[in-house]
Design a protein around this ligand. Structure first.
Ligand code: ADP
Length: 221
């Protein structure tokens, strides 16, 4: 049996607001195994973003445990947790979060730190080729098309050879061809033993995943 890539066990997240406590996630349990590709769907406010943040080691749950690639990120001190995140988890967002004044190559290299090693540079060049960005590698990301931005963001997410990819509406702004590149990348990452958790409102996009986790009011349906 495949090992678990992402384990969510009895996870609860409760936001305290002026109007009372919101159960963003409540008693949520599921496992995505290594090699697995799961889509998360549900109406706005059902807890999808909270779940991705919790799974990515960015937001500690109030109850339950999160285990990513065999480790509980919230059991680590904050420095170690940041390192764990950088080495283990790749993030892809609808809004890309590229640095506009950096070139494509430097955006892709950003997770390698201020002084990228030769290995990181070689891997960045390989990803630039793979995502068909060679003609754009020296351009600032603000000069790119939407599809080029998302391909740059994918390359950045893959730079450190993560074990897990977390994607929040990664095809939301893309035309069909660029959406297909994103989905093929996520599927290929899973086929090679990675673990993917992807939020999408688009049923056709969710169809690329092996399974769908449906949330409503912070609970699984
Ligand atoms: P989704 O991504 O499915 O739209 P979210 O995870 O963003 O859902 O939000 C889940 C619930 O938690 C919503 O009711 C939202 O209003 C609430 N929520 C999210 N973040 C906060 C916060 N920082 N403070 C208070 N409530 C929040």
């Amino acid at each position: 049996m495949a090992k678990p890539g992402i384990e969510i066990r009895e996870v609860g997240k409760y936001y305290r607001t002026a109007r009372g406590t919101v159960a963003a996630l409540h008693d949520l349990t599921f496992v995505v195994e290594e090699g697995g590709f799961a889509a998360v769907q549900g109406p706005s406010g059902c807890g999808k973003t909270t779940l991705l943040l919790a799974a990515g080691g960015l937001l500690a749950p109030d109850a339950g445990t999160v285990v990513v690639a065999g480790a509980d990120p919230y059991a680590l001190a904050s420095d170690a947790r940041a390192r764990f995140r950088a080495e283990t988890v790749g993030f892809v967002f609808q809004q890309f979060h590229l640095v506009p004044y950096l070139t494509v190559r430097d955006n892709i290299l950003a997770p390698a730190g201020a002084l990228p090693r030769e290995g990181a540079r070689k891997r960045a060049d390989m990803l630039i080729e793979r995502f068909n960005l060679r003609d754009r590698a020296g351009h600032r990301s603000s000069e790119l098309s939407t599809g080029e931005r998302q391909r740059t963001a994918l390359a950045r997410a893959l730079l450190n050879e993560p074990r897990v990819l977390l994607a929040d509406e990664p095809t939301g702004n893309l035309d069909r061809d660029n959406a297909a590149v994103v989905l093929e990348t996520l599927s290929g990452f899973a086929s090679s033993g990675g673990t993917v958790l992807m939020v999408t409102h688009d049923d056709a996009v969710a169809g690329a995943a092996h399974r769908i986790i449906r949330l409503r009011d912070g609970r699984m349906e």
